[in-house]
Design a protein around this ligand. Structure first.
Ligand SMILES: Cc1cc2nc3c(=O)[nH]c(=O)nc-3n(C[C@H](O)[C@H](O)[C@H](O)COP(=O)(O)O)c2cc1C
Length: 145
């Protein structure tokens, strides 16, 4: 049964065991394995929002889940609101939350303005400052997919 992440954090017993996002590793099979060892909350690997929204092939490659794969947070890399929100719309019915990667330190990611590039531009980057308001607006404005 699907479980709210907030419920888990607020009402869990003591420690909440989280399996952090790991590119190449934390796909469905890995999540099933760690859940069988009592992990409470799983993340997907970082998924590039830009390619995810462009192609169903990318979506099928990058994201799969099952009814038991919950609670689940899907992590995206994005450098703009629209990609992040559109990618979120695809996965929203199948997960319990989304996460914007603000920590990936790899050179290619920084070059694209992903991951920790968002933090290094913390004072000026519009994505981080206006994200909550923009997401709310766009999600209400766009028809569901
Ligand atoms: C192979 C590998 C892949 C990772 N991929 C991601 C990722 O996709 N997104 C992310 O936010 N962190 C990623 N990380 C960082 C981990 O989620 C985690 O924050 C880091 O390993 C520190 O974990 P610890 O505090 O349990 O030691 C990755 C780490 C490793 C080792």
């Amino acid at each position: 049964m699907s479980q709210s992440v907030l419920d888990l954090l607020e009402n869990g017993n003591g420690y909440v065991k989280v399996c952090a996002p790991m590119v190449r590793y934390s796909k469905l099979n890995f999540r099933q394995l760690v859940r069988s060892h009592n992990v409470d909350l799983c993340f997907t690997p970082m998924i590039i929002a830009d390619s995810f929204i462009k192609s169903s092939k990318a979506r099928n490659n990058e994201f799969s889940t099952s009814p038991e794969d919950t609670p689940l947070v899907v992590q995206f890399a994005s450098n703009n609101h629209d990609d992040f929100v559109r990618a979120t719309q695809y996965v929203a019915p199948h997960c319990n939350g989304v996460d914007l990667n603000c920590g990936c330190p790899q050179r290619w990611a920084i070059k694209e303005g992903y991951g920790c590039a968002l933090l290094s531009k913390q004072r000026t980057h519009p994505l981080l400052f206006s994200l909550p308001r923009t997401i709310t607006r766009i999600l209400y404005e766009l028809p569901s997919m």
